[in-house]
Design a protein around this ligand. Sequence first.
Ligand SMILES: Nc1nc2c(ncn2[C@@H]2O[C@H](COP(=O)(O)OP(=O)(O)OP(=O)(O)O)[C@@H](O)[C@H]2O)c(=O)[nH]1
Ligand SMILES: [Mg+2]
Length: 620
Amino acid sequence: MHSSDDPLDAVLRPPADETAEQAAVREAREAEARRVSAAIDADIKAERQARRKKRIVRLLLLGQSESGKSTTLRQFQRLYTPTAFREERILWRAVIQLNVVRSIRTILETLEPSSNNPSSRAPSRPRTRRPSAASASMLALASPTSPSAYASNNNYNAHAGPSSPTSPHYNHNHGPSYNSTNNGANANADPYDAGYDSPGYASPGVDSDVESDPGGDSLPVFRNGDYGGGGGGGALAYHHQMQQQMSQQARAPPIPTASPPPPPLIGLQPGNTISWEALKLALLPLRHVEALLIARLVPTAAGEEEPAYLPGSTLAATSMGGVGAGGGEIFVRPGGRWMGRGRRTRSPSPPSPSFSSPSSFSSPSQQDAEIQPTLHACLPAMRALWGDPGVREVLKRRRVRVEEGPGFFLDDLERVTGPNYLPTDDDVLRARLKTVGVSEYTFEMEVSTGRETGTEWRIVDVGGSRSQRATWVPFFDDVDAIIFLAPIAGFDQVLAEDKTVNRLEDSVLLWKAVCSNKLLAGVDLVLFLNKCDILEKKLEGGVRLVRYVRSYADRENTFEAVSQYLRSKFSAIHREYSPNPRKFYAFLTSVTDTATTGGIIASVRDMVTRQHLKQSKLLM
Ligand SMILES: Nc1nc2c(ncn2[C@@H]2O[C@H](COP(=O)(O)OP(=O)(O)OP(=O)(O)O)[C@@H](O)[C@H]2O)c(=O)[nH]1
Ligand SMILES: [Mg+2]
């Protein structure tokens, strides 16, 4: 009998006119669903028990987009699975070449604003505010996983192919993506026509342009572009500030479009100049190179006519993991053996379009035959563009700091466009490949000493942009430690996916959400205050923290003072918001720097292993 006052009943009740045959089919389906569900539960339980026995350490990398999570993962790989890391360096060549082409395009677009120009359409002043999206992603993190949150992302059977039954969480990676159609162009379309005014565009370090307000609190108070709005209170005042900013925005006058700069004359050869128009013409073949690189990096899935698409502004992605292109940025998604040579788990086993080896690229030799010579032919023009003082001046005036942005290789043009270019370790660490979804990298240390011998490490790397954060929660289960990356150099920048939000403010809020999350209450926290190299240069270059963080007041604008201040603020949030006492370690890092990061990662490894052993003993 169905009770009539249960609203679910009405939905779940079989139709009144169901035939005996239909009822039998339905009951069989329900029985199968129960069986699958029980099998999943059993698998989870078995996996947990096996983990305890096998000494599996699980580390979660969290932080906003471009904070350095995947770079930290690459550092782990470089240090502890060096053979695989070295073998895979060649796979990064196309990514690095694409990074180069994108940097050139950013410069061209900055020099010549037009209606299709993301730089001109993404100025320091945001045009609209989207507070609800921002708040929603924070709330999703701040609250413990609710069954509905879990279920809503769980497309267990959707397009994900042969998922491993022992890794039921993994379909969260694919979440709603696979059921969506794409708004963008396909991977083979001309990327110059592909709508690059979208989140995720490789941020060239466009900063915000604000004046400081008086005021000071125990927590930092951030300015988002021209939206400072006052109100004090830093992280705690976020929502209030948002509301104020929204009403200010409603009254704000329209933003004047930047007028194009006078056409510069650019020195192509010493003593020889070239007109702006001629230079653009000389760089035109890069469009073709970009299309070729995207086509190469985003191979069409076997058995599919077209690549599968991600929703929203993204362009194309392979349906079973690998690499995709979206929002003007190339991204890696789980499922492909892009890193770690078959060392990945928790992803659907990758049958086709992954980067398991160079041979999985679409006809590399054929495409290389075009990419390499074309890039090389454009070298003089690229060099002339980047080396021109007039161009630098315009970039500076427009506050486009390509050199501080991700994937910057313009100072190495000769080398990275050369015919026999093989990326170095440093190049791989500096390359930019955005993560979409969640992927887990599993390894046993090739180079291991002492107590960690025989321990299996699992490092979970997540996509950090706001739209990705809801997919993190299912991975909070069974974690030994979290490395949270806060790129503190971003204090004068806004998020690529939401130009109204200051990057440092976003990091603080995210940190607060992670610290206060009940599911993570027992997890040790490691904080990387990252991108210290950029921070140092910025401060030396005269950018003042107090313009963006009013509570910094009249303290010295030096790297030591600023980093100490921010460290103390993050530590205070951990103390205030952690539900229980736990271990906490903070480091000032530049994770692209191999010399300094090796020691830090070794300390993290030791601490995590020690803590894991202690926990395992308690559990026995
Ligand atoms: N100069 C400098 N660059 C860094 C540092 N850490 C990361 N980067 C660069 O910043 C870019 C973004 O780093 P990623 O590791 O891809 O960032 P992520 O957190 O994985 O970003 P998502 O995948 O979008 O979530 C890459 O080009 C890195 O090389 C740093 O400490 N200093
Ligand atoms: Mg990443």
